[in-house]
Design a protein around this ligand. Structure first.
Ligand code: ADP
Ligand code: ADP
Length: 230
């Protein structure tokens, strides 16, 4: 599903060049549940941006479901993103003055879907994350964990095969973090491929495979024996 062959990513900021990914080769299969760990600056966010087709490799080949992302047009890439990928962020990135259900509807609105379909689908997605009774609350009327659940429901609204989450529990207490990881686990059991960036070993412990980055390279890539192989 996700294949990296010797991928490099170089950022040029003025005279300076930052080599954020160096010769990364990686295969993530459909329905895997993977965590990406590593110190700050090791390339985790860059990797997620490339996987999510927000950014292209500088060299090497990234194929997503048979599509060569490096040579695809920006129109193709935005299509791929909308159809295949759901993003979840550390800061939830919800619209503040807008109810939970409207936040979840948003990607479908951009996708040009009809109002009735959007409402039904948004309700269903909020139900999947256990928030049906908070549909009309605004973000500031919800706890951090609940806001992240709204963000997950929004990510689910376009039926993505892949969910990419960059530090999804970074701003949450441990009880809410556990809740969020259990939701990801259920989504994974139901067929989603999930990639989570985290600094915390307790969070990585929920996943099946733990990939550690250092200085833009994969340092270790192992199955999480404690959780058990699928
Ligand atoms: P993280 O919390 O994952 O370590 P960072 O704070 O390093 O994230 O980066 C946040 C965002 O800023 C990322 O999307 C990254 O692409 C961008 N960024 C990081 N470093 C730089 C930089 N030196 N110049 C410009 N943008 C950067
Ligand atoms: P991590 O997520 O592991 O903290 P990042 O992928 O954010 O690491 O960053 C890897 C390296 O690339 C860092 O040195 C960072 O400063 C740099 N970087 C990230 N994004 C940019 C950017 N947009 N422009 C310039 N440098 C960047």
């Amino acid at each position: 599903m996700i294949t990296f062959e010797d991928v490099d990513k170089v950022y040029a900021s003025g005279e300076m060049k930052v080599h954020a990914l160096k010769g990364v080769s990686l295969h993530i299969h459909e329905r895997e549940f993977v965590s990406i760990m590593g110190p700050s600056g090791s390339g985790k966010s860059t990797l997620m941006n490339v996987i999510g087709c927000l950014d292209k490799p500088s060299s090497g080949i990234y194929t997503l479901d048979g599509i060569n992302v490096g040579t695809a047009s920006s129109k193709q890439l935005s299509q791929v993103r909308n159809q295949k990928i759901g993003f979840v962020f550390q800061n939830f990135n919800l619209l503040k003055r807008t109810s939970a259900i409207e936040n979840v509807e948003l990607p479908m609105l951009y996708g040009g879907r009809a109002k009735k379909e959007r409402l039904e689908k948004a309700q269903y997605c909020l139900e999947r994350v256990g928030l049906k009774d908070r549909m009309y609350h605004k973000p500031n009327e919800l706890s951090g964990g609940q806001q992240q659940r709204v963000a997950i429901a929004r990510a689910l609204s376009n039926d993505p095969a892949i969910i990419l989450a960059d530090e999804p529990t970074g701003n949450l207490d441990s009880a809410s973090s556990e809740e969020i990881m259990n939701i990801f686990r259920t989504l994974n059991d139901n067929g989603n491929t999930i990639v989570v960036v985290t600094h915390e070993t307790d969070i990585a412990a929920y996943t099946q495979r733990i990939i550690c980055f250092r200085d833009g390279r994969i340092e270790t890539d192992r199955f999480n024996m404690e959780r058990g192989v699928i």
